[in-house]
Ligand binder design. Structure first.
Ligand code: G3H
Length: 247
């Protein structure tokens, strides 16, 4: 049985003043619930301070992307080793916004996930279909294909997390139906079982896309949903903690 992970993604939001929310979230998730983890992924500029503020709590802090290399001439990039050094224990890779804005292919995402593992942090590998792909009836095929191509070679089931984020549900208020989420998460679990065998049951599969306090209970109750990757509603401690309370 996979652990539950309630994860926030602040995206390109947050100044130092926003770190009061980290302190409030850290307090609200401590002591930890059994088999439930809390995580907030913050911009690189806030990472070290957020990790310091969360240090004595059950809150994990993560990065939002990483370069595939450990170091070198890559102006503006941040390596997984740098994230780990700053206090991150997770990193999001392959978010649809990165795939679209920075042309990150699934092959690159697999390398980023491998880089995270090399640095000793857990990659959250994101996959999801566009509205056009869903409308064409190809959502399952597209998303399971993305997953297969985005998995790092040689990883153990215990070392990765998957997030299903339908692109059309991100930041739109259009949440996927419980039936659609159930169908997709079952397909992702089967796909993971092809790769990892019985150990695939240990891999958390998160849902992301307009998860809010008022829909989180229904989404988190779906069999193969093991948590959420939450954008907008993770920016305010009260909203994030209301979702965490449903886990
Ligand atoms: O990583 C988070 C997702 O993109 C979901 O964002 P959202 O909760 O603002 O829709």
């Amino acid at each position: 049985m996979a652990r539950t992970l309630i994860a926030g993604n602040w995206k390109m939001n947050g100044l130092r003043a926003s770190l009061v929310e980290i302190t409030a979230i850290a307090g609200g998730v401590t002591p930890a619930k059994e088999n439930v983890e809390a995580l907030i992924c913050v911009p690189a500029t806030l990472l070290m301070q957020a990790a310091d503020q969360a240090r004595e709590s059950a809150l994990n802090i993560g990065g939002e992307t990483c370069h595939t290399n450990e170091k070198g001439a890559h102006t503006g990039d941040v390596s997984a080793e740098m994230l780990a050094d700053a206090g991150a224990s997770y990193v999001i890779v392959g978010h649809s916004e990165r795939r679209a804005d920075h042309d990150e292919t699934s092959e690159i995402v697999a390398s980023q996930a491998a880089a995270a593992l090399r640095a000793g942090i857990t990659p959250i590998i994101c996959v999801g279909e566009t509205a056009a792909e869903r409308d064409s009836g190809k959502a399952l095929e597209v998303v399971t294909g993305m997953l297969r191509e985005s998995l790092p070679e040689g990883a153990s089931a215990e070392s990765v997390v998957i997030a299903y984020e339908p692109v059309w549900a991100i930041g739109t208020g259009n949440v996927a139906t419980v039936e659609a989420v159930d169908e997709m998460h079952n397909a992702l679990r089967s796909c993971l079982a092809d790769v990892y065998g019985a150990a695939a049951d240990l891999i958390p599969i998160l849902y992301g896309g307009s998860m809010k306090p008022d829909n989180a209970g229904d989404l988190l109750a779906v069999k193969n949903v093991n948590g959420g990757l939450i954008g907008g509603a993770s920016l305010k401690a009260t909203d994030f903690l209301a979702i965490y309370a449903k886990a």
